[in-house]
Design a binder for this molecule. Structure first.
Ligand SMILES: NC(=O)C1=CN([C@@H]2O[C@H](COP(=O)(O)OP(=O)(O)OC[C@H]3O[C@@H](n4cnc5c(N)ncnc54)[C@H](OP(=O)(O)O)[C@@H]3O)[C@@H](O)[C@H]2O)C=CC1
Ligand SMILES: O=C1OC[C@@H](O)[C@H](O)[C@H]1O
Length: 416
């Protein structure tokens, strides 16, 4: 019972009523004003990913919104109490008050508007997947580095303590080496329909891009490696556009993953086999009953297995099940670094920031601001990581006959 009440309290606080903190101002003795964010597009994800988490961050103000339709921008600004609105994206980028831009545009526009935002001197929090191709991602990071700006692909799940705990369990060597690992993000048919950006090839749509980027990222994170090969990739094709996958099932091989604490082995190392499922149109049971979303990662190791249910949205609810071949199975839930149910593995656990109600997005915002402010973030998604994820998305598409998503033909003018 208490855990059901806890679940409601946590989610209510996370998504509907985060504590509103005072923003850092010079009156409070702080030398610097809070970071001012501008949002490109009145996107559905913007409230959960930025507006809501910003309420409980003293160093962030969501200051401006731009939409292609000025009326939409104005209505969005009014709804969320945003000070400024613009009827086009460039006008927002031209606003010198803005320090950082959140880019939740369709995937096919990530490159163009991130390049323009960086050219305008803004740090960028960029939605996943970072671009349509690895080349786009490489160029965005090159520009960010040249300009001394922060660019982060918003793989929010990485910032949550739960997935980090799964990695700690694997790396501890308690279960031995990974033999097989599978990860899935599959949601039922009926949520993504009609004009959804995910069904538009020219906007970088497709299930592998949208859902699949997470399990791919998670497989790479937990094995601490990039795949060696895509052995097989089967796309379920959208009947209205045969370049769009509504589902993708992939078999991959990863290099043998030695947990960092295992002793050196004399035996030859077996590669790790992996499966990935991405789906945004899972058929309903008998066509009438929607299926539960299948969001999990499962690492089957020499001495047992570890599975995390709901690695993408763990604040809602998650569990980590550890099943050693010898000994008792156990379940852990890790909503904050401080209040983890397991005995801490890290000495500084109590010092790490976060509350049970912090969503993945709130943890991510903390890290983004730390990085912009020159502090060491709790964790980070690096340039190399983002580029590699796009490279393997491309390789997976190439294994099907759908081909990679179209590269943007946008070119930054040399003066920008
Ligand atoms: N981190 C996460 O958990 C999630 C991330 N995402 C990612 O965020 C991005 C946006 O997703 P989502 O919010 O669901 O999408 P929406 O369709 O709600 O938002 C996309 C925005 O893009 C703008 N836009 C600009 N050009 C076009 C165009 N030609 N067609 C359609 N829209 C256009 C629109 O802004 P305008 O207001 O100007 O019309 C629209 O508001 C994607 O990259 C997606 O992968 C999505 C969901 C969850
Ligand atoms: O978290 C997510 O789950 C569902 C997807 O459609 C969405 O884009 C993604 O980010």
């Amino acid at each position: 019972m208490s855990s059901i009440i806890g679940l409601f309290k946590r989610n209510y606080t996370a998504f509907f009523s985060p504590p509103k903190v005072l923003k850092s101002t010079s009156e409070q003795g702080s030398q610097i004003a809070p970071l001012k964010f501008g949002i490109l597009g009145a996107a559905a994800i913007a409230p959960a990913a930025l507006i809501n988490p910003a309420q409980s961050h003293s160093d962030v103000v969501v200051y401006a919104i731009a939409a292609r339709d000025p009326k939409r921008a104005e209505a969005f600004a009014e709804k969320y109490g945003i000070e400024k609105w613009y009827g086009n994206y460039q006008a927002l980028l031209d606003d010198p008050e803005i320090d950082a831009v959140y880019n939740p545009l369709p995937n096919g526009l990530h490159y163009e508007w991130t390049m323009k935002a960086l050219a305008a001197g803004k740090h960028v929090l960029l939605e996943k997947p970072s671009g349509d191709t690895a080349e786009e991602t490489r160029r965005m990071f090159d520009l960010a580095e040249n300009k001394g700006l922060i660019l982060l692909e918003a793989f929010h799940y990485r910032f949550h303590p739960a997935i980090q705990r799964v990695k700690d369990i694997i790396n501890s060597g308690e279960l031995g080496k990974i033999k097989h690992i599978s990860a899935s993000l599959a949601i039922p048919k009926g949520i993504i329909t009609g004009n959804d950006i995910r069904l538009d090839y020219n906007l970088g749509g497709g299930a592998m891009m949208d859902c699949g980027c997470y399990p791919l990222s998670c497989l790479r994170y937990l094995t601490s490696a990039n795949p060696i090969s895509v052995n097989d990739a089967k796309a379920t094709v959208y009947r209205r556009n045969t370049l769009i996958d509504t589902g993708m099932a992939v078999n991959l091989t990863f290099p043998s993953a030695s947990p960092s604490s295992s002793p050196p082995e004399s035996q030859p190392e077996e590669p790790v086999t992996a499966t990935l499922v991405a789906d945004f149109a899972t058929p309903w049971i008998l066509g009438v009953l929607p299926r539960m979303p299948r969001i999990f990662v499962l690492a089957e190791c020499e001495q047992g297995s570890v599975e995390m249910f709901n690695f993408v949205m763990p604040v809602i609810y998650h569990y980590i099940q550890i099943r050693p071949l010898q000994g008792k199975a156990r379940t852990e839930k890790v909503y904050s670094f401080r209040t983890a149910t397991h005995k801490g593995t890290s000495e500084d656990q109590n010092e790490k920031k976060g509350e049970e109600w912090w969503s993945t997005y709130r943890y991510q915002l903390e890290a983004f601001v730390d990085k912009v402010r020159g502090r060491e973030p709790q964790t980070w998604v690096s340039r190399e990581d983002s580029i590699a994820n796009m490279e393997w998305i491309e390789k997976i598409y190439e294994k099907t006959n759908l081909g990679a998503r179209p590269q943007s033909n946008f070119q930054l003018e040399s003066s920008e």
